[in-house]
Design a protein around this ligand. Structure first.
Ligand code: ZN
Length: 251
C-alpha cells in the first residue's frame, strides 16, 4: 500500500476472480478523520472483504469505488509473529503473480493460511502457503528426485536445493547454478506438505521443528527470489517469525 496523495492510496488487492488488482483508492485516507465514505473500513493488510472496482482504462491501475470489510483478521493483528507471516505471504504473492491473472485456488489457500497464523500450526501454514504460491505461479518445486540423475531422494542423505530451478540434486551430481545444501529429511517433509486448507485434516506424521521449517521457508524464498530476480524485503522477517526473541539463546 503506497500513499498516492493526501487522500488516496495505491493498493494491491488479491481478488478471488480477477487475481491481483493494483488499484487507486481515492479518498481512503480520509477515513482516519471522517468515516462517511464508500469505504466500509480501512484497507489494511490481509483484511478480507467485498470490493467494487472499475477496470483500468489505460495502464494497470483500477479504481476502487467501494470496499466493505468482512474479516479484519483481528487474531492475526493481535499477534506480532502472525502479522509477520501475513507480511511475508503478501509480498511473496505479489512478487509471483501477474496482475489480472485469476488464481481462485490460491485465494482460498491464503485465506486458510491466514486463519492459522495465530495457531500452533503457524509455521506449517506459512511454509505450505509459500509452496502453494510458487506452484500457482507455475514454479512448483520438484523435490522427489535428483534433477540430474533422476534418483529418488532418500531419507538420511544430503542433497542440494537449486533455487533457480526449484529442484534438488544429489551431492555428487554436477550443477552449474548456486545451490543450498540441505538434509533430505527437510526436502521430503516439504514434498509431503499439503496446502494450508488441508492441514487440519492431514497434518504431518511427525511434528516439524522450528529450525526445519525455517530452512524450508528459506528454500522457497530463495526460489522465489531467483525466479523473479527480485529481493523480498520481508525475507528478514522469517528469522523473527520462526525464532521469537525469547527462544534465541544467542541474543
Ligand atoms: Zn543425482
Amino acid at each position: 500500500m503506497v500513499d498516492y496523495s493526501e487522500t488516496s492510496q495505491v493498493v494491491t488487492l488479491l481478488t478471488r476472480n480477477h487475481g491481483l488488482v493494483p488499484a487507486l483508492a481515492k479518498g481512503v485516507r480520509k477515513l482516519a478523520v471522517r468515516s462517511a465514505s464508500a469505504f466500509g473500513g480501512p484497507l489494511d493488510l490481509l483484511a478480507e472483504g467485498d470490493v467494487v472496482f472499475l477496470p483500468p482504462r489505460s495502464g494497470e491501475l483500477a479504481t476502487l469505488t467501494a470496499w466493505g470489510v468482512l474479516n479484519h483478521q483481528a487474531a492475526m493483528r493481535r499477534d506480532l509473529a502472525a502479522f509477520y507471516a501475513g507480511q511475508i505471504s503478501c509480498e511473496f504473492t505479489i512478487a509471483l503473480l501477474s496482475p489480472h491473472d485469476p488464481h481462485p485456488e490460491l485465494f482460498d489457500q491464503i485465506t486458510a493460511a491466514v486463519g492459522r497464523f495465530h495457531t500452533a500450526q503457524r509455521g506449517l501454514a506459512l511454509v505450505a502457503y509459500l509452496k502453494c504460491a510458487l506452484a500457482a505461479a507455475g514454479y512448483q518445486a520438484r523435490l522427489e528426485a535428483c534433477c540430474v540423475c533422476g534418483q529418488a531422494v532418500r531419507p538420511g542423505a544430503r542433497v542440494r536445493f537449486i533455487p533457480a530451478m526449484g529442484a534438488v540434486a544429489c551431492d555428487s551430481c554436477p550443477i552449474h547454478s548456486p545451490t543450498i545444501p540441505v538434509q533430505s529429511a527437510v526436502i521430503l517433509a516439504l514434498h509431503r506438505l499439503v496446502p494450508p486448507a488441508q492441514l487440519p485434516h492431514r497434518p504431518p506424521d511427525k511434528p516439524a521443528d522450528a529450525a526445519a521449517l525455517l530452512l524450508a521457508a528459506n528454500l522457497l524464498v530463495s526460489q522465489c527470489q531467483a525466479t523473479t530476480d527480485r529481493r523480498l524485503r520481508t525475507a528478514g522477517l522469517l528469522e523473527l517469525f520462526f525464532r521469537p526473541r525469547e527462544m534465541r539463546a544467542d541474543i
